[in-house]
Design a binder for this molecule. Structure first.
Ligand code: ADP
Ligand code: MG
Length: 351
């Protein structure tokens, strides 16, 4: 179960059939540690999902986010990883293996319909969805039928087309239609790989009456299928530009999440350094809940990309430990305590 407001987890995809090379990953599920055997780097995560982990297990992990959204708190789920590592599989899946998005939508509708039947305080809810795409730091609306029109960032959720949905089926149809519009360009990894970020947002509005007063809540569930994180480019101008933009926005995302996990006084969280974090600003930090699902291959063929993907995850998450350790070593209390221990020791010696 996700316990903290921000969690970083790793999902290892099943070995791809095209390669019969060896695995470069070792895991210890009890300590949620993952070791890259090519360079013996070890990473500690909030959770490691093994190759055979079913979609249900991943969904189970993010359930607290969905529960929070039902209670009026914003939630965001990211799928991060190189092209072909299983981001879209994790988020959307297929008819036999539904991913997070269809499961989340289904459960939200079922639970809220049930709740409105049970409650006697005039509880009502409305769900609407938006689908945005960021390609080369430009934001497009996937639901307006014309992907070429860039939408202004100011009040993005007001400017984007928001469609109210009455059922989970209707919602999924709209999302699938939107996703078909995503900008795709073949890379050497995967012909249909995506070079854009897709942000699907469900906005939930609820109301109920208590002591003759109307109580209203608005919360968002953002489900983000990020652009492929691979570092390589094919020496083609467009692809180089795409890669540079993707790198920049993913590293800003990493910095923003790291700053949220490790708050320091007076810090400025660099939300404005990328379109992605600008759009998601209200949903990242505060009491909102976030899970980053980092998708990796296990094959040694992909070891270099896997290493940099795990570095991203570790950078986002592990800094906390180092910071606490440094603070402990240099804190005034420690010096005072050390001096006191020394003084007592000296006094002891005198006796
Ligand atoms: P990405 O979106 O990161 O580029 P995809 O989700 O499209 O990657 O995955 C690439 C291929 O691998 C797809 O055919 C997908 O069905 C398959 N795949 C990825 N992860 C899994 C998994 N955990 N179980 C089964 N198949 C998977
Ligand atoms: Mg994909």
């Amino acid at each position: 179960m996700a316990q903290e407001n921000v969690n970083v987890v790793v999902r290892i995809r099943p070995s791809s059939n095209e390669t019969n090379d060896e695995t470069c990953i070792q895991t210890d599920p009890i300590s949620s540690t993952i070791t890259l055997t090519t360079n013996e780097k070890q990473f500690h995560m909030d959770k490691v999902f093994e190759q055979n982990a079913p979609q249900e297990e991943i969904f189970e992990y993010v359930q607290p986010i969905i529960a929070a959204v039902k209670n009026g708190i914003h939630g965001t789920i990211f799928a991060y990883g190189q092209t072909g590592s299983g981001k879209t599989h994790t988020m959307i899946g297929n008819d036999k293996n539904l991913g997070i998005i269809p499961r989340a939508i289904e459960i939200i509708f079922t639970d809220l319909n049930e709740e409105s039947k049970k409650r006697n305080d005039n509880f009502k809810f409305k769900i609407s969805c938006t689908a945005l795409q960021i390609y080369c730091e430009k934001t497009y609306d996937l639901l307006n039928g014309n992907e070429k029109i860039e939408i202004p960032l100011r009040d993005i959720f007001k400017n984007a087309k928001e469609i109210e949905v009455k059922s989970s089926n209707e919602c999924m149809e709209i999302i699938k239609r939107g996703l078909k519009q995503r900008k795709v360009a073949g890379t050497s990894m995967n012909e249909t790989s995506s070079r854009s970020h897709a942000i699907l947002t469900l906005t939930l509005k609820t109301e109920y009456f208590k002591e003759n007063k109307k109580h209203e809540r608005i919360s968002r569930l953002n489900m983000v299928d990020l652009a492929g994180s691979e570092k390589h480019t094919d020496n083609n101008k467009t692809q180089n530009r795409e890669a540079a933009n993707i790198n920049k926005s993913l590293s800003t995302l990493g910095q923003v999440i790291r700053a949220i996990i490790n708050p320091t006084p007076k810090q400025v969280i660099p939300y404005r350094d990328s379109k992605l974090t600008t759009i998601l600003r209200d949903s990242l930090g505060g009491n909102s809940k976030t899970t980053v699902i980092v998708n990796i291959h296990s094959n040694s063929k992909y070891a270099a990309e896997t290493s940099s993907t795990l570095d991203f995850a570790a950078n986002v998450k592990n800094v906390k430990n180092t910071a606490i350790l440094q603070e402990f070593i240099t804190s005034k209390e420690t010096f005072t305590l050390k001096a006191e221990v020394q003084r007592l020791g000296e006094e002891n010696d005198k006796l």
